[in-house]
Write a new protein. Structure first.
Length: 283
């Protein structure tokens, strides 16, 4: 299966970010805790160099906790501030304000020496599609979310959000990068739903998921679907279809329906906390 998906509006989004980066003190990058490297846009490092950086391991409740800790260490060693968050339920959100101030302490100190007091930290929130930026911003802003109006240099349609007197956020559209050099990255993005399902072969995706789970999380499929695992991933998918009564007319097994079920169960955490890539893969 070959993965490529780069709608035209993403080029525009990238240009907008390049134009606005000069207004920014801090880049807050959301990644999916299940695939922290594969869900990073490599363009962001180039875009955000010389800026303070904060990585949020979002959806950390869906990933294995010991791997979340390992990934937090991995990024800290590279000079990032890191927070594990679960934007949907508000986990980790309360600590963000303090971390923002800490990440930008050099800027705040520079301002103070120049007699500039109380200028809010301006942060750009970035991340690939479906990584949870809007949910995070809403969780962080709560009900006090107020647009601060169009500032010079801000393309129309981009939103400045004043969190409080200390922090202003610039929301940006999700952007993927034009070409995945490594198709494993494309596969992992497809697993978490960052590539449109309509352009994917769901059965192939499910069979890849079965292969991964059988190797890295043995016992998960047996327990969830009450099936005996076969080395043949398609046969395994057939057994899941049978176990879950996924049938088409004439009582034929509906493996496509079983594939959708499996992928949905993974994405929603019904298979348990699963991490798809590990820091040692990137050493």
């Amino acid at each position: 299966m070959h993965f490529q998906w780069y709608p035209g509006h993403m080029t525009k989004a990238k240009r907008m970010m390049q134009e606005n980066i000069k207004l920014i003190d801090l880049v807050i990058e959301l990644v999916d805790a299940r695939i922290p490297v594969s869900s990073r846009n490599p363009d962001i490092d180039e875009l955000g160099k010389n800026k303070a950086r904060l990585i949020l391991l979002n959806k950390s409740d869906l990933a294995e906790e010991k791997q979340n800790d390992a990934w937090a260490e991995y990024f800290k060693e590279k000079g990032f501030s890191v927070v594990k968050v679960n934007s949907k339920r508000g986990g980790g959100i309360k600590s963000i304000q303090g971390v923002i101030q800490e990440a930008c302490k050099e800027k705040i100190e520079r301002d103070r020496k120049r007699g500039i007091l109380n200028r809010p930290v301006r942060a750009m929130v970035v991340g690939i599609p479906n990584v949870g930026k809007s949910t995070f911003i809403n969780a962080l802003a709560g009900k006090a979310c107020a647009k601060t109006g169009n500032k010079p240099g801000v393309t129309k349609g981009k939103q400045w959000i004043r969190l409080n007197k200390n922090v202003e956020l610039l929301d940006t559209p999700g952007i993927l990068w034009p070409k995945f050099e490594d198709q494993t990255v494309g596969l992992r993005l497809a697993f978490i739903g960052s590539i449109k399902d309509e352009i994917l072969n769901t059965e192939e995706l499910a069979m890849e998921m079965i292969t991964f789970l059988t190797e890295k999380y043995p016992g998960v499929l047996e327990e969830k679907y009450s099936v005996e695992i076969s080395e043949d991933s398609y046969e395994c998918l057939r057994r899941i279809a049978e176990s879950r009564h996924c049938l088409v007319k004439g009582n034929e097994l509906d493996t496509n329906k079983a594939a959708i079920l499996l992928i949905d169960d993974f994405r929603s955490g019904k298979l348990g906390r699963i991490t798809l890539e590990f820091p040692e893969d990137y050493e």
